[in-house]
Design a protein around this ligand. Structure first.
Ligand SMILES: NC(=O)c1ccc[n+]([C@@H]2O[C@H](COP(=O)([O-])OP(=O)(O)OC[C@H]3O[C@@H](n4cnc5c(N)ncnc54)[C@H](OP(=O)(O)O)[C@@H]3O)[C@@H](O)[C@H]2O)c1
Length: 372
């Protein structure tokens, strides 16, 4: 039986070029609606002849940026190595698939399929035009790099990380509500670094009223990190006018209501791609119950508190069969504490809402500036 044409695979030079393209992608702005994309152009010998990356909404896409660095006609017969499938969409800029075809690029190697309804389909367009296409090269690395953007594109909501710091017996505060500090300095430094890597940081009114947190991302000496997630407070009670969160440099978003999905929809409409949920237990439980959590960070301190203040409340689990199982992703020692990183394996059905379309990432408006 005819096995048909062999599926093309990437050469070692192309894999190397993909690593470089990922480095280039990191130069782009990490916040807003646009993905960070990098591109390397190789000549027929596998030598790098041009590099490019996307600098944000309304600017050239990575492929076009790289092509623009070549003399007219010089792209003929080259290979473009790009971290995301070239788009097939006309927005503020034309489709990259067409730009590559018109430039005479012979081969396109990319890492991650573009999940956008409008922008996807670039690979097919390239193949139809006779360009050899190799997909899935270093896909794992590229997916990890684009995790927040891909979550928005695939699920229509920001990426959600839930964090809590608990004692060995699963308590997040003493009986009187005090919780500073359960973990040591190394764990707290790690939390601040991770805060700075998210677009938004969320707590409930209960935490604001109990702890009056500033919700800033800080160095160990208390000075502010360069990146500050926008603080969000969820709940119906009023926050005192003198609350520290009102002095946050980004200004606080106060979200009335108790529905995590509605909150995420609001944040998404503001261009937020990733949310760091810092509790307290009521809000963390609501997100877990709704199946709207991508990663759980548990900072575990060798401390016992006993008492009623549990890290997580009622999840609706009546029997062990219904337990929310978490997949271990990593364990880190931070001073005397442990950080356990897990991802929920059982999500209640979650999908892109009916009628929802993913706008082309690199052409839409950018509401939130800065980067992760
Ligand atoms: N160790 C840690 O990692 C950590 C982290 C944070 C907090 N804490 C501790 O947690 C304690 C506060 O706990 P908490 O549970 O009150 O804090 P919380 O989760 O921050 O706030 C709960 C409040 O938020 C509102 N809310 C928002 N979404 C809700 C929903 N889906 N369902 C129900 N209510 C919702 C409700 O207030 P409204 O009536 O205003 O709507 C609710 O009372 C404090 O002792 C604090 O120190 C510990």
């Amino acid at each position: 039986m005819d096995a048909g044409p062999a599926t093309p695979t990437a050469t070692s030079r192309e894999r190397q070029a993909m690593l470089r393209a990922l480095e280039l992608a990191a130069n782009g702005p990490a916040r807003g609606v646009n993905p960070r994309v990098g591109c390397v152009i190789l000549d027929a010998d596998g030598t790098v002849v041009a590099e490019g990356w996307h600098r944000g909404a309304g600017t050239a896409h990575a492929e076009v940026d790289a092509l623009s660095r070549l003399a007219p006609g010089a792209a003929r017969g080259t290979t473009a190595v790009v971290t995301l499938e070239p788009c097939n969409h006309t927005g503020r800029t034309g489709p990259c698939a067409v730009a590559l075809i018109e430039a005479g690029v012979e081969r396109v190697v990319f890492a991650v399929d573009d999940p956008g309804h409008h922008s996807g389909g670039g690979a097919e367009r390239l193949r139809t035009a006779g360009v050899t296409v190799v997909s899935g090269v270093l896909a794992h690395e590229a997916e990890a790099f684009l995790d927040d953007w891909l979550t928005v594109a695939r699920l229509g909501r920001p990426l959600v990380t839930v964090k809590w710091a608990s004692t060995l017996d699963g308590r997040i505060a003493a009986s009187d509500g005090t919780s500073r500090w359960i973990t040591g300095e190394a764990a707290r430094i790690d939390v601040h670094r991770r805060r700075a890597a998210h677009d938004a940081i969320l707590v409930g009114t209960g935490t604001v009223l109990a702890d009056d947190p500033s919700l800033t991302a800080r160095h160990a000496d208390g000075t502010l990190l360069p990146e500050q997630p926008v603080p969000v407070v969820m709940g119906d009670r009023a926050i005192p006018s003198g609350a520290a969160v009102h002095r946050h440099p980004r200004g606080a978003i106060l979200h009335h209501g108790h529905d995590p999905a509605a909150l995420l929809a609001e944040l998404r409409s503001l261009g937020v791609r990733s949310v760091f949920v810092e509790g307290g237990p009521t809000v963390a439980t609501a997100f877990l119950r709704a199946g709207l959590v991508d990663t759980v960070l548990t900072y575990l301190a060798p401390v016992l508190l006993g008492g009623p203040r549990l890290a997580i409340g009622d999840l609706g689990v009546e029997t062990i069969r219904d337990a929310i199982r978490l997949e271990p992703v990593g364990v880190e020692h931070l001073g005397d504490d442990l950080l356990i990183i897990t991802t929920p394996t059982r999500h209640p059905v979650e999908s892109v809402p009916a009628g929802h379309t993913v706008s082309h990432p690199e052409n839409g408006p950018s509401h939130v500036h800065g980067h992760r």
